[in-house]
Ligand binder design. Structure first.
Ligand code: ATP
Length: 373
């Protein structure tokens, strides 16, 4: 039977607590769904690794450029530590993969699940079930910029905000596909009226790139008559997401806005620790939690592992679609349901959700639910 090669990477901070839980999850998936995984790693990379290696090497030498293309998919923990910000020269290899593997769609569901108290007044589970769809290869993060230094002092820094026709078109099409399929959501359509809806969120009155983003959406809109298309200024959307989250289904936006709005959506769903995420292209995909390294709680084994658990589940779904393997798609559904069941039971929960359980105790409970299937 074919086995799937999955590369696992740590990162920094709470990565050392949550990545092992994701590996335990994959073992349970093998048992329950009869799938074989060949795990490569887990390997270390990131700020701590860099500092510990005299700032010469940011990743385990087993991590090569080719490896990312040889595996079926991969996942990593969060990376970066505040004490090294601005001190470390050069990027860490795995961080470049969004561009190197052309992973243009960052899919970040925001769902209020049963058993989680809403931070928004009067919102119940079922009211919030939207996806932040972040373009992942353009906009402010293309790293096309530079700085002007004179006499050792940096006087000017420039970042270029780039949007292309190809980049806008493919992410907006992905938004329509997600609206039509209902994938990664509890239910297809917006909670308020059940309609598949695509909200185009940008700042087109000011930024030329966003005007291109909007005009391409207007070109594509007639091809998707089943989807209710609407246009929102990104600043206004951050307001409306809080005031009427039930109205939203898929919200597509340029890169940096998506970065910011997905953290806000982490709060809207009850904790950063609940927010799953994949970086997906047409041929490659990797999973990572939406949250960062959480240095304030790192090393205490109290972080919530749900984000990495859901992210790895979404990655399996992506692989199932690519390989036409129903078992992988079923595995994602099983993971999603197991998380739902454990949260709903309110017995085992980490401190971010008001509980006192350890990271591993929560994931063990999820794994138990998967194995009991
Ligand atoms: P980074 O600089 O790497 O982005 P950060 O702490 O600034 O890290 P996040 O990690 O995104 O940013 O977290 C913001 C807050 O959410 C932190 O106070 C952190 O404790 C909390 N948090 C993040 N992830 C989790 C998690 N998995 N479980 C519990 N709390 C979390």
């Amino acid at each position: 039977m074919r086995s799937y090669k999955i590369l696992a990477l740590y990162g920094d901070g709470i990565a050392y607590e949550i990545v092992p839980e994701a590996l335990k999850l994959l073992e349970a998936i093998e048992q329950t769904y009869g799938i074989n995984f060949e795990i490569i790693g887990p390997y270390e990379f990131g700020a701590k690794y860099y500092a510990n290696h005299e700032m010469k090497q940011g990743w385990d030498p087993n991590i090569t450029k080719e490896l990312f293309f040889e595996v079926d998919c991969w996942f990593k923990g969060p990376v970066g530590l505040p004490e090294y910000l601005g001190k470390l020269p050069g990027p860490y290899l795995p961080i470049n993969q969004r561009l190197d593997q052309d992973l243009y769609a960052n899919i970040r569901p925001c769902r209020l699940r049963q058993g989680v108290d809403s931070v928004l007044k009067n919102r119940e589970p079922g009211d919030i079930d939207y996806i932040v769809l972040r373009e992942n290869t353009e906009h402010m993060y293309v790293r096309a910029g530079g700085k002007l230094s004179r006499g050792g002092e940096t006087e000017l820094a420039v970042d270029n905000y780039i949007q292309t026709r190809k980049g806008c078109e493919r992410i907006i099409r992905k938004g329509y596909e997600l609206a039509l399929s209902g994938e990664y959501k509890a239910n297809r359509g917006a909670p308020s009226d059940g309609k598949p809806r695509l909200t185009i969120a940008a700042k087109w009155g000011i930024c030329k790139g966003d005007a291109l983003f909007k005009s391409i959406a207007e070109e594509l809109e007639p091809s998707y008559p089943e989807v209710d298309t609407e246009y929102a200024w990104i600043d206004a959307w951050s307001y409306w997401a809080i005031m009427r989250p039930h109205h939203y289904d898929i919200v597509v936006m340029p890169n940096q806005y998506g970065d910011i709005m997905s953290d806000m959506s982490g709060a809207i769903q009850g904790s950063m620790g609940l927010a799953g995420s994949i970086n997906a292209g047409d041929n490659y995909c990797f999973a990572e939690p939406t949250h960062g390294t959480a240095p304030d709680i790192a090393g205490k084994n109290i972080s919530n592992p749900t984000s990495i658990i859901l992210s790895v589940g979404m990655m399996l779904n992506w692989l199932g679609e690519k390989e036409n393997d129903k078992r992988l798609k079923e595995a994602w559904k099983g993971i999603d349901k197991a998380v739902d069941d454990v949260l709903k039971a309110r017995k085992v929960r980490t401190p971010d959700l008001g509980g006192s359980n350890k990271t591993s105790e929560f994931s063990d409970e999820v794994i138990k639910a998967i194995l009991a299937k």
